[in-house]
Design a protein around this ligand. Structure first.
Ligand SMILES: C[S@@+](CC[C@H](N)C(=O)[O-])C[C@H]1O[C@@H](n2cnc3c(N)ncnc32)[C@H](O)[C@@H]1O
Length: 263
């Protein structure tokens, strides 16, 4: 029987377009069959992956490549004032003058130096993995005569923070590129005082119209899942930013941990 269906090629084109769009939006991260490592381990390596990622997957998402120090000026771009509203972010953190704040993945200190005037009797620990970023932080600290910002060189697995000393750990546009997110977050949790908070600011991956590379965006669901894994409790998500989530988590106080263990 001869099938006369002139619209078939159009349908094929539409299907191909959908597949391409899907691959683009998922950053090719949903390609499962080429996993090289056993699932069940913390991380999986895949040979086929997004060109924006490192081929390493954590809890179902691919980890993004680190933004190199040669792009430091990009972090200081004027348009960030409008698109990322840094002053409103810092005000939303509810900092007290004595607070010790850790800015993890501080880069050039775009947020560290905005937070430092709010903690005059405390300090900002500006943590980064790139020595060149630490040099920039030290330069800007001296240049602007700022005494309460302390740059700290981290390793890929350890933020190198003192135990139970931090009131709030902030991560802006950084967490998605940590090569060992579980180990880093365990280090962050260890550094928090009981009841200390973690704040993550990430571009909203739920929205495909936000024109940021897929691996540089995160869904709320994914962030909450990953924070829960290291024992953090979600407190709230603030929705005032045009393109990012601001998610607040808490390290449970000891009584709460003990009560949970008894159940
Ligand atoms: C996109 S930049 C964001 C910088 C800054 N938070 C801002 O908003 O301007 C991400 C920074 O995270 C740093 N980073 C990546 N992995 C890290 C890790 N494991 N520990 C600490 N910093 C890390 C990178 O070196 C880079 O400076």
């Amino acid at each position: 029987m001869k099938v006369n269906n002139p619209s078939l090629p159009l349908r094929v084109i539409v299907i191909i377009c959908f597949i391409l769009l899907w691959l683009l939006l998922t950053g090719f991260g949903a390609l499962q069959p080429n996993a090289l490592a056993e699932s069940g381990t913390v991380y999986q390596e895949r040979s086929r992956h997004s060109s924006d990622g490192i081929g390493k997957f954590y809890m179902g998402r691919e980890i993004a490549k680190v933004m190199g120090h040669t792009e430091a000026l990009w972090l200081e771009r004027a348009s960030r004032e409008v698109t990322e509203q840094p002053q409103q972010v810092v005000e939303a953190l509810d900092l007290k003058p004595t607070h010790v704040v850790a800015d993890i993945g501080a880069g050039t200190g775009y947020f560290s130096f905005r937070m430092s005037p709010l903690v005059p009797e405390g300090k900002v620990l500006a943590v980064d993995i790139q020595p060149e970023m630490i040099d920039i932080l030290n330069f800007l600290k001296q240049e602007n005569n700022i005494t309460n910002v302390e740059p700290i060189l981290a390793s890929a697995t350890d933020p190198n923070l003192p135990d139970e000393s931090v009131d709030l750990a902030l991560m802006v546009d950084a967490y998605h590129e940590f090569e060992y997110p579980k180990e880093v977050m365990e280090g962050v949790v260890k550094s928090l005082k009981p009841g200390g908070r973690v704040v993550l600011v990430e571009y909203r991956r739920e929205n495909p119209l936000i024109l940021i590379k897929a691996l540089h965006k995160m869904t709320q669901k994914q962030v909450r899942k990953e924070m829960q894994t290291v024992g953090l409790q979600w407190l709230e998500t603030k929705h005032f930013l045009p393109q990012q989530h601001l998610m607040v988590f808490e390290k449970p106080k000891e009584q709460q941990i003990a009560a949970r263990q008894e159940v």
